[in-house]
Design a protein around this ligand. Structure first.
Ligand code: C5P
Length: 237
């Protein structure tokens, strides 16, 4: 597969076209950003760790019946994926209170929720990804009802699969964000699943092992991601 021009550079990944119109190359960079790009740093090894981490998780999800865009690892920091037509929407599930939910509702961090909370957000940095609901999605035509139902179903299936996978590694899956797109009519999970886009705590100590270490200046960011990867059995070599 031949790498062609850059299609898009996000905050932590660059996306390249290839000689195959249906395939893209994702390059996971070391850039780490928070607060809509206000805080940006280069963290050694993060690109490679996240690339291998996401590939591992996507494979586990495929095994559990969640179709994903992932095709395979290309190099330490690059993967090949199917080219999706992305919905401009983020799907979030929360199992334990944290982050924007605490701010919005004035609740303390770390409460176990009685049932998971599902939320939609609009992907729009300038507007700081505002929360939306199914009526907004329908009214603005961001996705049809069938797609909305499918995204919810798949996001919950991811929760069942990954809550168990992380629990077996002594980790709590606090919350996470997913993005979906369409490929030849089918809805597939796109983007990535890494500690940049979820919250993971040690089940015993509740130590944060995700991007909150960066957001909150706690240090040891990549070391925490590597610790999670090691516990899951991700091959980082
Ligand atoms: O900030 P908030 O608490 O709403 O985030 C919920 C989850 O979604 C967190 O795990 C966060 O890392 C992830 N997220 C993300 N990208 C965004 C917004 C949230 O990965 N733009």
């Amino acid at each position: 597969m031949e790498k062609r021009e850059e299609l898009y550079a996000g905050k932590a990944k660059s996306v390249y076209l290839t000689d195959d119109p249906d395939r893209l190359i994702l390059h996971y960079r070391n850039d780490t950003s928070a607060f809509d790009g206000e805080k940006i740093e280069q963290l050694d090894r993060k690109g490679a760790v996240n690339n291998k981490f996401s590939a591992f998780i996507m494979q586990k999800l495929e095994d559990a019946g969640v179709p994903t865009h992932h095709e395979g690892l290309l190099s330490d920091e690059e993967s090949v994926v199917k080219k999706l037509d992305m919905f401009p929407i983020e799907c979030v599930i929360r199992n334990i209170t944290a982050g924007s939910l605490c701010k919005r509702l004035g609740v303390e961090e770390g409460m176990d929720l009685q049932t998971p909370i599902f939320e939609f957000f609009l992907k729009n940095d300038e507007l700081h990804d505002p929360m939306i609901n199914e009526y907004h999605i329908r009214a603005f035509g961001w996705a049809d009802d069938e797609a909305v139902e499918k995204m919810k179903e798949l996001t919950f299936r991811v929760n069942d699969t990954l809550t168990r996978l992380f629990a077996d590694a002594g980790l709590l899956l606090v919350d996470y964000k997913l993005e979906f797109g369409r490929y030849q009519g089918e809805i597939l999970l796109g983007d990535e699943f890494t500690p940049d886009g979820c919250r993971l705590w040690d089940a015993e100590t509740r130590k944060k092992l995700d991007k909150d270490r960066f957001r909150q200046g706690l240090g040891g960011v990549v070391e925490a991601y590597e610790e999670v990867a090691r516990r899951l059995g991700v091959d980082l070599s």
